[in-house]
Design a protein around this ligand. Structure first.
Ligand SMILES: Nc1nc2c(ncn2[C@@H]2O[C@H](COP(=O)(O)OP(=O)(O)O[C@H]3O[C@H](CO)[C@@H](O)[C@H](O)[C@@H]3O)[C@@H](O)[C@H]2O)c(=O)[nH]1
Length: 249
């Protein structure tokens, strides 16, 4: 068993899933993979099930009955990972938006550089490292991150990032059942809660390349959950230091 689990949530990713699994397993560091599939109509899970024979004890599959959002898929995966005892847990998209070659840098930021949370960040040093997104999506994502920083004061540039390595203690400390957001805004909430608990969040510069195969699952309700949810999150609690945070939240 590896000390690192890469969780990949999937909904209709049959064009990407085998390629991304092989790309992760071709890295120098041995990573385990958990796919959390929401009963994809395109039968993504069947492809994964077939590959398990080729990668026993390294590739795992959890199939949920229905699509209930990216956040809930990750919470499911986190609980699974903590039960199995992984030291580091990485979130990654199935569609190559996140380059598997960057996995090792995220892991190293936690394992050797003392981060509790390593965020694969698109917005470091005033840059916008995004390839193939239209201007509307770039502005939405960039201003969403700015908005979250202004409202919450969190010192993270890319708060909506979905390429993140968590040290297991972070996920053990945060009450995963208290996570309110079910969609992509869950990415913001988890980073906010980690920061509130006093964990050390570091950003690692990455280039996000929009998918070539398949479709994004982003929609209007995901965006409004983020806009209103962040305000609610801010009203419900300000950051604490690690010493006094254990009793709050
Ligand atoms: N199981 C499951 N998986 C899902 C669901 N919704 C999306 N996914 C999976 O989650 C990954 C990301 O989904 P996309 O729809 O491709 O995301 P995106 O629009 O490219 O958004 C990315 O950027 C956002 C920030 O700008 C990130 O917040 C988000 O996490 C993601 O990395 C893909 O592997 C997709 O199959 C769901 O409800 N259930």
């Amino acid at each position: 068993m590896s000390d690192v689990l890469v969780i990949i949530p999937t909904y209709n990713e049959r064009e990407n899933i085998e390629l991304i699994i092989r790309a992760v397993f071709s890295q120098k560091k041995a990573f385990d993979i958990l796919i959390v599939d929401d009963n994809s109509p395109d039968k993504t899970a069947e492809i994964v099930a077939d590959l398990i024979g080729e990668f026993p004890e390294r590739l795992f599959l959890e199939v949920r009955n229905e699509k209930t959002g990216l956040g809930t898929a990750y919470i499911h995966g986190f609980k699974w990972a903590l039960k199995k005892g992984y030291e580091y847990i990485i979130e990654m998209d199935a569609d190559f938006s996140h380059n598997p070659n960057d996995l090792i840098r995220l892991y190293a930021e936690c394992a050797t550089n003392n981060a509790d949370v390593a965020v694969g960040s698109r917005y470091l040093k005033g840059q916008i490292n995004v390839v193939n997104w239209d201007i509307k999506r770039i502005l939405l994502s960039y201003f969403a991150s700015q908005y979250v920083r202004i409202v919450t004061s969190i010192p993270v540039k890319d708060t909506t990032a979905g390429f993140v390595c968590y040290r297991k203690e972070v996920l053990e400390t945060i009450d995963l059942d208290s996570i309110q957001f079910v969609g992509y805004a869950f990415q913001i909430e988890l980073k906010f809660k980690a920061w509130k608990r006093g964990f050390n969040i570091k950003e690692v510069s990455i280039i996000f390349t929009d998918r070539i195969r398949g479709k994004s699952k982003m929609n209007g309700s995901i965006i409004s959950e983020a806009i209103f949810g962040v305000l609610k999150m801010r009203l419900n609690g300000l950051p604490n230091t690690k010493e006094n945070a254990k009793s709050t939240d």
